[in-house]
Ligand binder design. Structure first.
Ligand code: HAM
Length: 423
C-alpha cells in the first residue's frame, strides 16, 4: 500500500519549512513592535462555537469529529471565535486595551485551489475593548507595516477598505429589502469578478430596479480617493456614525503614513457573518485575498460574554508565500540553508580536529557543520556552498584558513586564534 498526504494538506520539506519560518518570524516581529501580545487557543473547539457564529460558509468547511463522550467537536477553521470566548471568560481580569496576536494552524475543508488549502497558518491581529476607530487604524497599520517589512509595495498590494453598515444603508436606499440583503452583499462581493450582466441579474432577481442598479454601480465606481467624501455628502440615513468613523479612519491612516497602501472600496463586504463595521482585505492583482478583517462588535455577546467592541484581521501563509516567491521578495538564504561555518579536513589526518573545532563553534552558539564522508577538499567546498554556509574552515595539520564563500577571500590563522576570536 502506498500513502500520500491527505487532500489539501502540505508536506513541509526543509525548504518549505524555511519559507514558513521566514513568514512566521516576520509576523511575530511585526506584531511585537506594534505592541501586540501573543496568545493561542486549542486546536479543537465545540462545533457550536463555529456553526452559530461564523456564518454558513465557514460552517460548511468544518472538519468535525465526535469524541468518545459523544461531544461534537471541530478543528478550528479560524481563531476569532476562540479569542472571543477566551476574552469573554476573563473580561474583568484582563488589562485593557487588549492588543493580542496569534499564529494558529487552521483547517478548512474547502476545495483546494491556488492560494487555498485545507490546512494553513494564519496571522491574527486583534484589538478588543476599544470602540474608537483608532483600533481599526492600529490593525490596518500593523498589516501595512508587515507588507513593508517583506518588501511588498503599494504597486503590488493594496488594502481595500469598506464598511458593512454603510453598504447596508446604501442598499436599503436603493430598495433592497432585509430578507434579500445577504444575496445583495454576495452580488457586491462578486461584482469585480463577474460580467456586468451577471451582477445585474443577481440584483434584479431580488427585486432591485434597473434604475437603482445603475445608480448603485455609478456610486460604487467612485474613485477611491473621492469615495469617502462622496459617502459623507450623500448623507446615508442611519449611517452617520459609520460615515464619521470612515472619515476618521482615513485621516488616522494618513497621519500614520500608510495612505499609499489604502483604497476605500465599498465592494469589500467580507463573507464572515460577524462583521459589524469597517471591513478590509489586502489584495494583490489577480490573486485571492492575502488578508481580511474588520470590526466585530457583537461576537463576544454571541459567545455568551458581555457587550464588548472588537476588531482585527487574519492573514494566511499560502497566498502570501506564492506572492513573495513570484515577486522575487524572498531572501536568498531561503533557497539554500543558512549555516555559518562548514568545517573541512583540508589535509589527511585532521578529522579529529574538524570534530573538535565544530564542537567548540557550536558551544559558542554559532551554527557549524561538517561532512560525514571523508572526501577531497573540492567536494567538501561544494557541499559548503550547497548548504548556504558563509564560511568554510579549512583545517590543516599546521594552522587553518577561513574562506568567505561569497568572495573567495581567505585568511590564514591558527585554531586557537580563530576560536578565541569567535568567543
Ligand atoms: P478569512 O477572510 O476567512 O478571515 O481569512 C483570512 C485570511 O486567511 C484570508 O485572506 C487568507 O489569506 C487566509 N485563508 C483563509 N482560508 C484559507 C485557506 N483555505 N487556505 C489558505 N489560506 C486561507 C478570518 O478567518 C477572520 N477570522 C479574520 C479575523 C481576525 N477577523 C477579525 N479578526
Amino acid at each position: 500500500m502506498k500513502f500520500s498526504a491527505v487532500k489539501g494538506m502540505r508536506d513541509v520539506y526543509p525548504e518549505d519549512a524555511r519559507l514558513r519560518n521566514y513568514i512566521l518570524d516576520a509576523w511575530r516581529r511585526v506584531s511585537l513592535r506594534n505592541g501586540f501580545e501573543e496568545y493561542d487557543a486549542p486546536i479543537l473547539e465545540y462545533l457550536e462555537l463555529f456553526t452559530v457564529k461564523s456564518g454558513p460558509e465557514i460552517a460548511e468547511q468544518l472538519f468535525g469529529l465526535t469524541d468518545r463522550g459523544g461531544r461534537n467537536l471541530a478543528i478550528r477553521p479560524e481563531i476569532t471565535p476562540s479569542l472571543a470566548r477566551m476574552v469573554a471568560a476573563k473580561i474583568n481580569a484582563l488589562p485593557r486595551p487588549i492588543k493580542w496576536f496569534s499564529l494558529p494552524r487552521l483547517c478548512r475543508a474547502e476545495r483546494p485551489q491556488r492560494g487555498r488549502l485545507r490546512e494553513f497558518f494564519q496571522w491574527n491581529v486583534d484589538v478588543i475593548g476599544v470602540e474608537s476607530v483608532q483600533a481599526d487604524a492600529e490593525c490596518i497599520f500593523t498589516l501595512v507595516d508587515f507588507l513593508r517589512e517583506v518588501g511588498l509595495s503599494p504597486a503590488e498590494i493594496m488594502v481595500r477598505v469598506g464598511s458593512r453598515p454603510i453598504v447596508l444603508s446604501l442598499l436599503r436606499r436603493e430598495g433592497v429589502c432585509e430578507e434579500a440583503m445577504d444575496k445583495a452583499l454576495l452580488a457586491l462581493d462578486k461584482r469585480q469578478k463577474i460580467p456586468a450582466e451577471a451582477f445585474e441579474a443577481m440584483l434584479r432577481e431580488i427585486g432591485v430596479s434597473a434604475g437603482a442598479i445603475a445608480g448603485l454601480c455609478e456610486f460604487l465606481d467612485t474613485p477611491p480617493e473621492r469615495i469617502v467624501q462622496r459617502i459623507a455628502d450623500s448623507g446615508l440615513p442611519g449611517a452617520e456614525k459609520e460615515i464619521a468613523d470612515l472619515q476618521e479612519l482615513e485621516s488616522a491612516l494618513a497621519a500614520m503614513g500608510v495612505k499609499e497602501y489604502i483604497a476605500f472600496d465599498l465592494h469589500i463586504v467580507r463573507g464572515l457573518a460577524y462583521y459589524t463595521g469597517v471591513v478590509y482585505e489586502a489584495i494583490a492583482a489577480g490573486e485571492r485575498a492575502v488578508a481580511g478583517g474588520g470590526r466585530y462588535d457583537r461576537l463576544l455577546e454571541l459567545v455568551g460574554g458581555p457587550e464588548c467592541p472588537a476588531t482585527g484581521f487574519g492573514m494566511g501563509d499560502v497566498v502570501l508565500g506564492l506572492l513573495l516567491a513570484e515577486k522575487g521578495k524572498l531572501p536568498p538564504e531561503l533557497t539554500a540553508g543558512s549555516l555559518e561555518f562548514y568545517v573541512i579536513d583540508a589535509e589527511e589526518g585532521t578529522f579529529r580536529q574538524v570534530l573538535d573545532i565544530t564542537a567548540r563553534l557550536r558551544a559558542a552558539g554559532r551554527s557549524a557543520d561538517y561532512g560525514f564522508k571523508r572526501q577531497g577538499m573540492g567536494k567538501q567546498l561544494k557541499e559548503a556552498d550547497r548548504r548556504g554556509s558563509k564560511f568554510a574552515v579549512l583545517v590543516r595539520r599546521e594552522g587553518l584558513s577561513v574562506k568567505t564563500l561569497a568572495t573567495g577571500e581567505q585568511t590564514e590563522t591558527t585554531a586557537e586564534t580563530f576560536l578565541e576570536k569567535i568567543r
